[in-house]
Design a protein around this ligand. Structure first.
Ligand code: PLP
Length: 371
């Protein structure tokens, strides 16, 4: 049996008539960039997270860069994040001219360790920090209560990297309600994925929303009137149309992800040498990835592949070991939890289009390997 990590083709089959009609509509109206489909999606996406504004942009990377830029972060500033992420989080900081600073993750949630953040703030490096960029990794929000406390103590902005956590919650509140802004990716394989590149930012701050909306479109306040210079971060009309259709199913798909995760956890819990995902009691995890941790990863990965079970490493090299970021001057041992996770974490299929047979097949084979 073959079990893919995601099955966008199967997903399309379940919503084909609606998707086709929505795309056709954009073509007929020739609203290829922004336009009504995008504006409608923005409204629905903000509402889904109980926030006031959504600004649709070209990618998750655009979203992060635009949010930091709109907050005035740049040269001479530092932004704190974690090295156990996709590189885009860190690139967005670099693109503004600011310096990325890292703190380690918690061993259970794999998200920013607030104690490590507080320690950093007490060092001389802490003086240049203007913002915190926590990542809601794999679909689980970071410890936003503690991070908010540190942010208010040191007067720092929070920008949430919510690229993997559409509809996730912390303490009963949706992501996007914990800081200045939250940034999403709608890369096709994300929990809410477009049919091409797309991203979005949500915020409750009216002035910041206005600034980001203008930055997205060359700093224009109206056509050919540029109050400041910006960039082209606009979302395509077709992507807005696809996302508008798919958003209606996101609750249902998220429940399915959580169901599969619960089943896996029940079946895998207690197996020696295999750590199942920990869901913080304060979190509503949306399981963008279902990630196991084992010190026998290479044998496990080979075995899964032989059995036709797709798998992936998120992420095999922490950012401080990437050639692109060696100049930051970090060394091995600086972030031991991130470094261990990079060697031991492996993602297995847990997407909403999985059949019961596929779910059972994965369970049986994971259990057999460990035995
Ligand atoms: C996917 C992702 C991004 C970047 O999003 P793109 O849409 O690919 O630009 C940023 N941060 C994290 C954590 C991601 O997973």
């Amino acid at each position: 049996m073959n079990v893919p990590l995601a099955d966008l083709k199967a997903q399309y089959q379940t919503i084909k008539p609606e998707i086709d009609a929505a795309i056709q509509n954009v073509i007929e109206n020739t609203q290829f960039i922004l336009g009504k489909a995008v504006a409608d999606f923005e409204q629905a996406f903000a509402q889904a997270h109980q926030t006031k504004h959504c600004i649709a942009v070209g990618s998750g990377t655009d979203a992060l860069h635009a949010a930091l830029w709109a907050l005035g972060i740049g040269k001479g500033d530092a932004v704190v994040t974690t090295p156990f992420t996709f590189i885009a989080t860190v690139e967005a900081i670099s693109l503004t001219g600011a310096q990325p600073l890292f703190v380690d993750i918690e061993p259970k949630t794999y998200t920013m360790d607030p104690n490590k953040l507080e320690e950093l703030m007490k060092t001389p490096q802490g003086k240049s920090v203007r913002a915190i960029l926590p990542i809601h990794l794999y679909g689980q929000p970071a410890a936003m209560d503690e991070i908010q406390m540190i942010a208010s103590k040191y007067n720092l902005y929070i920008i949430e990297d919510a690229a993997q956590s559409h509809l996730a919650k912390f303490g009963g509140k949706f992501v996007g309600n914990f800081g200045a802004a939250a940034c999403f990716s709608f890369y096709p394989g994300k929990n809410l994925g477009a049919y091409g590149e797309a991203g979005g930012i949500i915020t409750n701050d009216d002035a910041l929303a206005k600034k980001m909306r203008q930055l997205r479109d060359h700093g224009q306040s109206e056509k050919y009137k540029h109050e400041f210079w910006g960039h082209n971060y606009r979302m395509d009309g077709i992507q807005g149309a696809v996302l508008g259709v798919k958003l209606k199913y996101l609750n249902q798909w998220t429940s399915k992800r959580r169901e599969i995760a619960a089943k896996y956890k029940q079946q895998f819990d207690g197996i020696p040498n295999l750590v199942v995902p920990f869901e913080s009691p304060k979190a509503f995890h949306v399981y963008h990835q279902f990630v196991l941790r084992t010190n026998k990863r290479s044998a496990f990965q080979q075995y899964l592949t032989e059995k036709g079970i797709a798998n992936a490493l998120h992420y095999p090299i922490p950012i401080h070991f990437q050639e692109a970021y060696l100049h930051l001057g970090y060394k091995p041992g600086d972030f031991p939890v991130s470094e261990a996770c990079a060697e031991e974490c492996i993602s297995i299929p847990a997407h909403p289009e999985m059949t019961e047979d596929q779910i059972e097949y994965v369970i049986e084979n994971v259990r057999n390997f460990i035995r």
